[in-house]
Design a protein around this ligand. Sequence first.
Ligand SMILES: *Cc1c(COP(=O)(O)O)cnc(C)c1O
Length: 441
Amino acid sequence: MAPPSPKTQATASHADLDRPSAAPPTMQSPDAEPHGTADLLAMADAHLMKNYRPAPVVFVRGHGSTLVDTEGKSYLDFAAGVAVNSLGHAHPRLVRAISDQAARLMHVSNYFYNEENVLLAAELCEKTGYDRAFFCNSGAEANEAMLKLARRHFYAKGEKDRFRVIAFDHAFHGRTIATVNLTGTPSYKEGFGPKLEGITHVPYGDLDAVRAAMGPDVCGIIVETVQGEGGVLPAPPGFMAGLRSIADESGALLLIDEVQTGMGRTGRLLGSEHAGVRGDAITLAKGLGGGFPIGAMLIPEKLAGALPPGTHGSTFGGNPLACAAARTVLAALYDEGLIDAARSRGALLGRKLAELAAKHPDLCDGERGEGLLRGLVMKTSLDGRVVIAKAREEGVLCTVAGGHVLRFTPPLVVTDAEIEDACARIDRALSKLRLEAISAG
Ligand SMILES: *Cc1c(COP(=O)(O)O)cnc(C)c1O
């Protein structure tokens, strides 16, 4: 059957809207038998926005680095929600902290203080050396705050035209209108109206390009210490330090997006510690709540007045439940030695991935990354999505970054044995991929 023309397709889907219940399986009461996989996938197809392309797997529970689907099949979760489940699934201490806090106090507004919020701010500042925290619910929101901070800081100093931001090609800073404009992948911005004014993109790693793009109108440079979504690309040596001096020379702020690299992921609490560089503001999210949504911006005292009352806020940001989760994650990173573990386990994962790249030179182009944020670079001719589907069949979950890089971001509690096991499964997946390519001619 020939695929329908776009016109027929549009007509058909419009007709679907009017059809009385196209009979996706109906809701059941919570205590009825659980839905089967096929039912859930049909309901998803009927009722979820089509902005994602999820794999046809429905997860129901997890423990440590393992996830279990509706069919009872177990997977080694080397995605961890995209670097989110830093303590793995169902970490007893995190489960207890969240349930205790939910039973005590879940939400109060920012018109009042709450204990967990204040304690988290103090603890994050103590560990990072920054002075003040702003809390929100996601990475994009944290970056929005950082962008507003940079512009408002110079506005308050009377430099009202100083609003331009330097960002990098292949950078990822989120999906809101402002943060998607900071993002360095043109296709993400297409169709969302005029480009936001005052953003200049330059190649990542190119200090000369940054220097050439600077001017008295630049308020900030926003950068990731490892480009995560862009393809697990660590900053080249000297790049972060170079940005620090360029920012200092011009008086612009260095804004470091640590949403993916922060919270121990790279083997240091902050990714920027590897280069010994401090930002004028940093953002955290992903791993911060260990799976509970929370984002943060941390700043030094000199910027304390940049967002005075009335200029920025968040209804949910900094609620006691999210802050209790993040406090538990932060404490566990130290109590359980997880930052050092990210460094040593990351080195093991890196060695294993390098072995895989050497064993499959027709499919792979090497390995890169830092700590437990690692990429297996596939040949650009390969579609990363096909490779991760094969890996999933073998029981390993990972994600694609930059189109052709398999990104591995296991929980920081991952064991050496799990790393060996996952890499053996990836090895099998790559061998099967080759065999299938050969038999397909
Ligand atoms: C994931 C990510 C974001 C966006 O975070 P959300 O929570 O999805 O809004 C921003 N910056 C970086 C570096 C990220 O990896």
